[in-house]
Structures are given as structure tokens and as C-alpha cells.
Design a protein around this ligand. Structure first.
Ligand code: ISE
Length: 337
């Protein structure tokens, strides 16, 4: 193995391009050696200026390229499984953007491949686990500082949704973050999901059920409510208030700076997740590189990706039928305990 970890990046959309930049400029100990995207022009543009990096339109060719020691996957969710299985065939550590797979069946196949190898190589990019505020809340809950958790009240707001965003994606692409954060913060599984949808905001594109309220029930008897609103207009806001038997704690108020001027006071609000969670993305990648250089993985597992996919699948059924839907989970394999 060389002194810097050779990484193949699959997918050059917003997150893929951001990770390429991050590997080159922010995270030490790694270099991009291959980049793949079906859009040949885009991939060439992304590798321009990256010394020694090959441009590919095929993920398999990039994963098999000389010098590849780890794989970062930031392509669309439906093609994650194929790329992960290619990497696992070569026993390469993987960091895969969320969602691991759109459906739980694909995540189960990834878990099977990893279990055949007998060790963890896959990390899912649930970056909130690397955010300083989330980490503090987790420490407080783990230390019993709030007593037994009763509620998590969550708000997840995006200024505006991309043109291709669908009503299902409010759950599978956005609320999937709260699903993972709730499982991790509480150390419990989600057992049932209900979804309520008010009359859509007039700011939402035609046909988009935005906002929505998602209720998650947990194995420890807590309730998690998530307001997801992807066209709120004013900025990117992610808040979480934990209420326990002996106290409450809230993160995400964005109190980094309060400005007083011209007879008003107020703060600034990030417009976008790449800004709000910039440090979390950096820390996630640094930790992944350090582990991958040893041929290992830490952080959110393929089981976490599977559980999130199962909860989102139940959420989509609940949204479609209007009926509370129980989450079906297989038994957790020993590799993920
Ligand atoms: C996007 O894919 C993300 O992961 C963001 O964190 C989330 O806020 C947004 O709603 C998703 O579309």
C-alpha cells in the first residue's frame, strides 16, 4: 500500500464533486486515482487538474483501476448496490452516500457479501453522526443526562427542493437522515411509521406533497416526530430536541453568531446542507480514510443502511395508505452487533 490511500470516486454529482475536492484539499493521507460517471464530459471536467487520476464512464473500470485501495460512492441510490458489490469482490473499503440502497432487499445482499468476507468494509455516509452538536446530544443521552428518552422533536427544512425531487423523496432522501439519527441517538430500532400530509405549501412545485409530518415509534417506547419541509424558502435548518424523563436538550438553533444592527437582532442561517454540515463531512471523510488505510470500516454500518431502508419503505407505505405501518426487520447478524 502506498503512503496515501488511492480512492476511486463513483458519481460526480454535487456530493461526488464535493468529495473529490475534499480529498484533494481538506483531508490528508488520500488521493483520487479514478473517477467514474456515465456523463463522460462531466467526469473529464472533475478529473481535470487531478494529477494521475483516470476518468471512466463505467464504475467497474474505475473500481478495477491501478492504485485503487478504497471506493467512495456518491452515485444515485439505485446504482449503489452494484458498485458496492464490485468493491467488496476486491475486498476494498467503501464509503457510500445515503441511502445505502433504495430498498431493503439490496441492503441485505450487501450485508450477505460483507458477511462472506467476515469483516466490515462498508460505511454509510450518515454524516450527522460526525456533527459536533449531534455528538454532544448523543453523549448527553448516553450518560443518562435527560433520563429515559420520551420524544425527539425534529425539524428538517431545505430552502428549496431540486426540480427532480418527488414526494417519496421527502421520506427516502431527506427523512432518512432523521431515521438514522434517531436510531443512533436512542440506540433503539424504529418499529412503526405514520405519515401525515397537510395541504401542500403554495411554494411547493405542482404535485409535491411538501411539507409532511412523519411519526416514528421506537423499540424503547419513544416517539420521534419529524417535520420535513423541503421548500421552506428561508434556508437550511435541522433541529432536534430530545425530551427525557428528567430534562430536554435541543440542537440546531444556529447560535454561532448573533448580529445586532439597525434596531434588530438576529443570526444567519445556512442555505444548504453542504454548508451546515461541512465540518461533519470533513470529519467523516478523515475518519473513513484513517480506517480504510488499515483495510477496515467504522461508523454507520450496512445494517444501519438496511434498517433505514426498511423504515423508509414502511414510511412510503404509510404515506400512500394513510395507515400506520409496522417496520419489518430481519434478525441482526452477529457482524453488526
Ligand atoms: C439531500 O440529499 C441530503 O442529504 C440533505 O442532507 C437533505 O437535507 C436533503 O433534503 C436531501 O435531499
Amino acid at each position: 500500500m502506498s503512503s496515501t490511500l488511492g480512492i476511486a470516486v463513483i458519481g460526480t454529482g454535487r456530493m461526488g464533486a464535493d468529495h473529490v475536492r475534499r480529498i484533494g484539499h481538506t483531508v490528508g493521507g488520500a488521493r483520487v486515482v479514478a473517477v467514474a460517471d456515465p456523463d463522460g464530459d462531466r467526469v473529464k471536467e472533475v478529473v481535470r487538474g487531478l494529477e494521475g487520476a483516470g476518468a471512466y464512464t463505467d464504475a467497474a473500470a474505475a473500481v478495477a483501476a491501478d492504485g485503487v485501495e478504497a471506493v467512495l460512492i456518491a452515485s444515485p441510490g439505485p446504482v449503489h448496490e452494484e458498485a458496492i458489490l464490485l468493491a467488496l469482490e476486491r475486498e476494498l473499503p467503501v464509503l457510500c452516500e445515503k441511502p445505502l440502497t433504495p430498498e431493503p432487499a439490496g441492503a441485505l445482499r450487501i450485508m450477505e457479501a460483507e458477511q462472506r468476507l467476515g469483516r466490515r468494509l462498508v460505511q454509510v455516509g450518515f454524516m450527522r453522526r460526525y456533527d459536533a452538536e449531534y455528538e454532544r446530544l448523543k453523549e448527553l443521552l448516553d450518560a443518562g443526562g435527560l433520563g429515559r428518552p420520551l420524544f425527539l422533536h425534529c425539524r428538517h427544512r431545505n430552502a428549496v427542493s431540486p426540480s427532480w425531487f418527488t414526494s417519496d423523496m421527502l421520506i427516502s432522501d431527506s427523512v432518512v437522515h432523521e431515521v438514522d439519527a434517531a436510531r443512533w441517538l436512542l440506540d433503539q430500532e424504529i418499529t412503526a411509521v405514520s405519515v401525515l400530509s397537510p395541504t401542500p405549501s403554495s411554494a411547493a412545485p405542482e404535485g409535491l406533497r411538501d411539507p409532511r409530518l412523519v411519526l416514528l415509534e421506537t423499540s424503547g417506547g419513544a416517539i420521534v416526530d419529524v417535520e420535513i419541509f423541503v421548500n421552506c424558502g428561508f434556508g437550511y435548518q435541522v433541529q432536534c430536541e430530545a425530551v427525557g424523563e428528567s430534562g430536554s436538550a435541543r440542537i440546531g438553533d444556529g447560535h454561532a453568531m448573533v448580529v445586532q444592527s439597525a434596531g434588530r437582532w438576529g443570526g444567519e442561517i445556512a442555505q444548504d446542507f453542504t454548508v451546515r454540515f461541512a465540518d461533519a463531512y470533513d470529519r467523516q471523510l478523515r475518519r473513513w480514510v484513517a480506517q480504510a488505510a488499515r483495510g477496515r470500516a467504522e461508523g454507520p454500518t450496512a445494517w444501519d443502511g438496511y434498517a433505514a431502508a426498511a423504515v423508509c419503505e414502511a414510511g412510503l407505505t404509510a404515506a400512500r395508505t394513510g395507515v400506520r405501518t409496522v417496520v419489518q426487520l430481519t434478525e441482526r447478524p452477529p457482524l453488526y452487533r
